[in-house]
Design a protein around this ligand. Structure first.
Ligand code: DOR
Ligand code: ZN
Length: 445
């Protein structure tokens, strides 16, 4: 038997951030103990650097299969690793879309050999029925689009939600049901009024604030009716990428069993910036007051989940006019580093970041990850909070080759470890495709 490795540093555990140690077993890849006096043959000493659980990004679009020139599973997961993200969940709008068991299983087999970090895949939903029930019996998570977006796997009609819920119950689905909340009817009406309004404000006007709240309200109504008719839901509902102060207020206002995520771009960017088509994303960048409200909520621990919505398109595709360019921007590699810069500047508590980037996403997906505690996977990242730098797109690893966060402060991880195995050492990737494994839920709902 190989001996446990002992890690020493300023480690964030349930006791807070303090100089301590933990041990992990190279055979199982799991943390075996946490304590100040652990000893071992191998001591990995990080001195005063900060050691946190690896992040779990539950929202990435890696374009594989379908558009590998934008990203493939190897480049996407490598980019994740460089950003301290040790687990990703990939969205269903690949080509083919994972809306059938066959497409889902084919994608699973294909990406398994490419992943640098642990991964899971979403199923997509276009309509209720036999195809959905077969898929629901195996997938850990679903994403449902209530309005059109890139590579559409949109639910045909929002009125189908009751039947969709019935199918998920029947199939025994106990995972995460993530929702892209933009209402297609509100958007269709706004698009008529603003069809030629230029720039990012135009994109915002065509997919307005009210589209987000209207979609949520319709979903909420369907959830309430479903629960009244059938009792407690066996699956969790999550609102992806909340982009407005209005929806934020609904989600944080009253006790709600619906969780939600916020992206760095909706907190740090807004529609007034000179980003051109690089700032075109769905849901759109909004007026500054929305970004301010979302960032404020994040800093004060009112946002359950940090998610990147990494959705790369090439530089050439983004050189078009806002009206003509595809929506989406890269972000898996900068997600934690941008927030870690806030930690370094003293405006964000480290524990708040880790709860939103690691612990709660692990809970939502039912993973044996997300904290530095005995029995959990030894996924961790080491940061030097003195090493604040500026985002330089040329040093990122997505195939996108650009970043909307260029020039912003960030702290990238010095080391990243996945189930006890080094994937980034001294800022350089040392892992390999295929090291990442499918992240399997513990089966709790
Ligand atoms: O801007 C977006 N891009 N929003 C989405 O919902 C999809 C994504 C993509 O896949 O490009
Ligand atoms: Zn997305």
């Amino acid at each position: 038997m190989r001996h446990p490795v002992v890690v020493q540093g300023r480690i964030l555990t349930s006791a807070g951030l303090r100089q301590t140690r933990f041990a992990h077993d190279p055979e199982t890849g799991r943390i075996t103990a946490v304590g100040d006096h652990l000893v071992g043959d191998t001591v990995e000493d990080h001195g005063g650097l900060v050691v946190v659980p690896g992040a779990i990004d539950i929202h990435v679009h890696f374009r594989d299969p379908g558009h590998p020139h934008k990203e493939d599973f190897a480049s996407g997961t490598l980019s994740a690793a460089y950003g301290g993200v040790t687990t990703v969940f990939d969205m269903p709008n690949t080509d083919p879309a994972t809306t059938s068991l066959e497409a889902y299983e084919a994608k699973r087999r294909d990406v398994a050999t490419k992943a640098h970090v642990d991964w899971g895949l979403y199923g997509g939903i276009t309509a209720p029925g036999e195809r959905l029930r077969r898929l629901a019996a195996v997938v850990p998570s679903f994403k449902v689009y209530l309005g059109e977006s890139t590579g559409c796997v949109t639910l045909e009609e929002i009125g189908m939600l009751p039947e969709v819920f019935a199918d998920l119950r029947e199939a025994g689905f106990r995972g995460l049901f993530a929702v892209h909340a933009e209402d297609r009817h509100t958007m269709a009406a706004a698009a008529l009024r603003h069809h030629d309004t230029p720039g990012l404000p135009g994109h915002d006007a065509r997919r307005p604030v009210e589209a987000e709240t209207a979609a949520f309200d319709a979903l909420h109504e369907a959830l309430v009716a479903d629960e009244a008719a059938h009792g407690a839901r066996p699956f969790r509902v999550h609102i992806a990428h909340t982009s407005t102060a209005d929806l934020l207020q609904r989600l944080t206002g009253e006790a709600s069993d619906v969780t939600f995520g916020v992206t760095p771009h909706h907190m740090f960017l807004d529609h007034s910036l000179p980003l051109g088509a690089r700032g075109r994303v769905n849901p759109p960048l909004r007026a500054p007051r929305h970004a301010d409200a979302l960032l404020d909520a994040f800093l004060s621990d009112r946002v359950p989940v940090l998610e990147s919505d990494h959705a790369p398109h090439t530089v050439a595709e983004k050189e078009k006019e806002v009206l003509d360019a595809p929506s989406g921007l890269p972000g898996v590699e900068t997600m934690v580093p941008l927030m870690m810069a806030r930690v370094a500047r003293g405006t964000l508590p480290l524990a708040t970041l880790v709860a939103a980037a690691s612990t709660r996403p692990a809970g939502l997906m039912g993973l044996n990850k997300g904290r530095i505690a005995p029995g959990l996977d030894a996924d961790y990242a080491v940061y030097d909070l003195g090493a604040v730098e500026r985002v330089d797109a040329a040093r990122l690893h997505s195939k996108a080759g650009w970043s909307p966060f260029r020039g912003m402060e960030a702290v990238f991880p010095r080391h990243v470890v996945l189930r006890g195995q080094a994937v980034v050492t001294d800022g350089v990737a040392v892992g390999r495709p295929g090291l990442g494994q499918e992240a399997v839920a513990k089966g709790v709902a």
